[in-house]
Design a protein around this ligand. Structure first.
Ligand SMILES: [Mg+2]
Length: 271
């Protein structure tokens, strides 16, 4: 019998497959971060989030804000495999007139997309506003925001963090893609973030580490989130490019895509 965790792992591999295929067809885009977040997206969209793909505007839905909008391919794959639109449409990624723009754009009418994103440090602020609005309206929905570790070098991230702590937003969860890499290399060499946990705690957040590829741990941590009355930040220890050994931990793959001839080998090596 297949366990729920094995099912989620299989879904994550399918999402990675779609990411590889859609980016290869597009011929450009951001691969490393998209592959690295596949396990977390699988757990969010297929286990944790309360959402209705057939009713994308359902007022009580949980919201997912992708603040690091450049990893759009993993969001699009998650939405398509959840049933918001046909998986076939993933092939239109980055095409002129497509609903699947290189950075997500709300005005293209893609169902399930909550925010136009790509300007780093912006989505996190919107997540604060959404969490405040939900409280004001007495909604019980949860607001999840995904952000990159390199993105945390933006000053606006810390202004948003300060607001969330001040307003005790216990309906807000940030998941930080802590792959320790950004486009120019190691985050600690470009502009060090550490000690990240104590910085966030000093802004009145609850902070926990999360194994970014450990389905058990992702599930356990996200299910336990409701125990805290503060905004919660999970620092997800991820590997950029996870799932394709040739790509893993190599910042050169931040914004590069496979050639058609590389694709077959990468798909075969997926794990
Ligand atoms: Mg990073």
């Amino acid at each position: 019998m297949i366990s729920r965790n094995q099912e989620l792992k299989a879904i994550a591999i399918n999402l990675r497959k779609s990411v590889l295929e859609s980016l290869t067809t597009a011929g450009s885009g951001h691969l490393g971060g998209s592959l690295g977040m596949a396990d977390i997206f699988a757990v969010l969209y297929f286990s944790i989030m309360n959402h209705r793909p057939a009713e994308p505007s359902w007022p009580d839905r949980d919201r997912l804000i992708l603040s690091n909008g450049h990893i759009a391919p993993i969001l699009y794959a998650s939405l398509a495999h959840s049933g918001y639109f046909a998986v076939e449409e993933l092939k239109t990624l980055r095409k002129l007139g497509s609903r699947l723009q290189g950075h997500p754009g709300r005005n293209h009418g893609l169902p399930g997309l909550e925010l136009s994103a790509g300007s780093l440090g912006q989505g996190v602020g919107v997540s604060i506003g959404m969490a405040l609005a939900a409280k004001h309206l007495n909604k019980t929905c949860q607001i999840y925001c995904i952000l990159g570790d390199g993105e945390m070098q933006e000053g606006s991230v810390w202004e948003a963090a300060m607001s969330a702590g001040h307003y005790k937003l216990n309906n807000l969860t940030w998941i930080i893609d802590r792959n320790r890499l950004q486009i120019d290399g190691d985050t600690e060499e470009v502009m060090s973030l550490e000690p990240l946990q104590s910085k966030l705690r000093s802004f009145n957040w609850e902070v926990q580490l999360m194994g970014g590829h450990d389905i058990n741990d992702i599930l356990f941590k996200l299910k336990g989130r409701s125990n805290s009355q503060k905004p919660v930040a999970f620092i997800a220890q991820t590997i950029m490019g996870k799932g394709v050994p040739e790509i893993e931990n190599n910042p050169a793959w931040h914004g590069k895509v496979p050639t058609t001839s590389q694709l077959e080998g990468f798909l075969a090596s997926l794990y």
